[in-house]
Write a protein that binds this ligand. Structure first.
Ligand code: SF4
Length: 505
């Protein structure tokens, strides 16, 4: 028999149990389980036969790495009990660590190792840290076995570190700092428990990388391969922190402007495109410039030049400050006006109302842009539009797909960075469908309150977000209870764009 709502918290020591009771109030049943592995193993036998729905193991622990400070919190991503045994994974660790950080507590998700005896010597800490663990305790691996497949989390507050060992006079302040952190972690632990439960995950298809992003990333990779690092990239190659961090690690240097690029260096222009002024400045300085502008953005540039050459006043529908918009406006600055909303249309004063044309940023919301075009056509019935849609296939498909899953979901999570236009439009599309929706860079950004009572979670990813992030989100949710994953595919994509000729070898 199970009691899904019963939340049991195991704390080895009496002082730890008291701190946790104060922090958790009525949200959990806190049990003192005793010090050391033998007592923990005994308690685990008892836990296996007990009816509870979710388990937390919490207490103080030792820090193994120098950047941990007294009172820091470590949420175990995995717990290692012995060198021979497989570590026990706790997939929801990033969710609790993120929740603790948002509460202002210093927390990280990382591996913890359970040992047989107190570790005080620095050398022993270093040996354990070399195995990948950042903190140590004497109970978690054994107690965790008592969860027997139910959602479980391990939280340790650091009471001693390599700098302040258990034998130092700092032991008392370290212990107090750790107990204070445990108490303050109580509300976040309660939210973790409230978010536990079985759920369905609905994946939007298509999602994640589009052909333009794939090509831009491959261009930087090829340039690194062929020319070696460093390779300069003007602006973020695509708007995603994971992509940028990964390429930085491999030797790319991201800069805001060309004056940060040394003479003679290689510079890549991002997928969002650049204005002719930037190209000219690079040529003038003799930079080895390689263009990763998405061909679908380049198509809008061509249309802008064509309309301007034919004497049209061109309304560019888009968002001020976005790099793509800046690049497109730069194609014919004297002939173009940025239109962000229907009000801007009323302010448009073309020299010749018969010669108005409009273009769009490629990553707009189709609904929003459609309303602006209607307004424009009602003021200028003869206004000419692009030959084919400027909002690209990838944006359109991802918006259709998220609308589909939003209808079936209690909440929608959109993987993407805050500066990603197409990812933000996916959030807006889900919201317009009446479903709460949130933009997240990864699982650590998910607020546990969003998941409480949400038995169907929709997931998609913006065109610049790596597919692996979606896997990480599903993995984190699986730590809160059984997850049944299905996909709703509204379109299949086979578009590929070729590389610039100078890289095709
Ligand atoms: S979202 Fe569209 S325009 Fe932007 S890079 Fe991808 S395919 Fe190109």
């Amino acid at each position: 028999m199970t009691e899904p709502s019963r939340f049991l918290v195991c704390a080895p020591l009496g002082v730890e149990a008291r701190a946790l009771r104060r922090g958790l109030g009525e949200a959990a049943e806190v049990r003192r389980t005793g010090y050391g592995r033998a007592r923990a193993a005994h308690q685990a036998d008892r836990l296996r036969g007990e009816a509870f729905g979710k388990l937390a193991i919490a207490g103080v622990g030792g820090g193994l790495v120098p950047d941990l400070r007294l009172g820091d919190l470590v949420v175990a991503s995995e717990v290692r009990g012995s060198e021979a045994a497989e570590p026990a994974r706790c997939p929801s660790a990033p969710l609790l660590a993120g929740e603790l950080r948002r509460a202002g507590l210093p927390a990280r998700a990382a591996a913890i190792v359970t040992v047989d005896r107190v570790i005080a010597a620095r050398g022993e800490r270093e040996r354990r840290a070399a195995g990948g663990a950042v903190a140590v305790d004497m109970e978690s691996a054994d107690l965790l076995a008592g969860a027997a497949g139910r959602p479980a989390i391990v939280l340790r507050a650091v009471s001693d570190t390599p700098e302040h060992s258990l034998l130092s006079p700092r032991t008392v302040p370290g212990g107090l700092a750790a107990l204070r952190s445990l108490r303050l972690a109580g509300p976040a632990l309660a939210r973790w428990a409230a978010a536990c439960g079985p759920r369905r995950v609905l994946l939007a298809g298509p999602r994640s990388f589009c052909a333009g992003v794939d090509r831009a990333i491959e261009i930087v990779e090829r340039v690194l391969e062929q020319r070696g690092s460093p390779v300069y990239v003007r602006k973020q190659i695509v708007h995603n922190t994971h992509v940028v961090t990964d390429l930085e690690r491999r030797g790319a240097i991201f800069v805001d402007e060309l004056d940060e690029v040394p003479d003679g260096a290689t510079v890549v222009f991002s997928a969002h495109g650049v204005s002719p002024t930037v190209r000219a400045a690079a040529a003038e300085r003799g930079l080895d410039a390689i263009d990763a502008t998405c061909p679908l953005v380049a198509k809008v540039h061509v249309e802008a030049r064509r309309f301007a050459a034919e004497g049209y006043q061109v309304a560019l529908i888009g968002h001020a400050g976005h790099e793509e918009v800046e690049g497109t406006l730069g194609e014919a600055p004297e002939a173009m006006t940025l239109i962000e909303n229907a009000d801007d249309v009323t302010r448009l004063r073309p020299d010749d109302p018969q010669k108005v044309a409009y273009l769009m940023q490629t990553t707009l919301s189709a609904d929003e842009a459609g309303g602006i075009v209607d307004e424009l056509l009602s003021r200028f019935p003869g206004a000419r539009g692009p030959g084919s849609d400027d909002i690209c296939y990838a944006t359109t498909n991802r918006q259709l797909a998220v609308r589909g899953i939003a209808a079936e979901s209690d909440v929608v999570l959109v993987a993407g960075s805050a500066n990603s236009s197409n990812s933000r439009r996916l959030v807006e599309t889900a919201l317009r469908a009446g479903t709460p929706a949130y933009l997240i860079d990864g699982p650590e950004d998910i607020e546990l309150g969003w998941l409480a009572g949400a038995s169907a979670v929709g997931i998609t990813a913006g065109a610049s977000a790596p597919p692996a992030v979606v896997g990480q989100i599903i993995d984190a949710l699986s730590g809160l209870g059984p997850v049944e994953v299905s996909e709703r595919v509204v379109a299949t994509e086979s578009i590929r764009f070729g590389l610039p000729k100078e890289l095709r070898i």
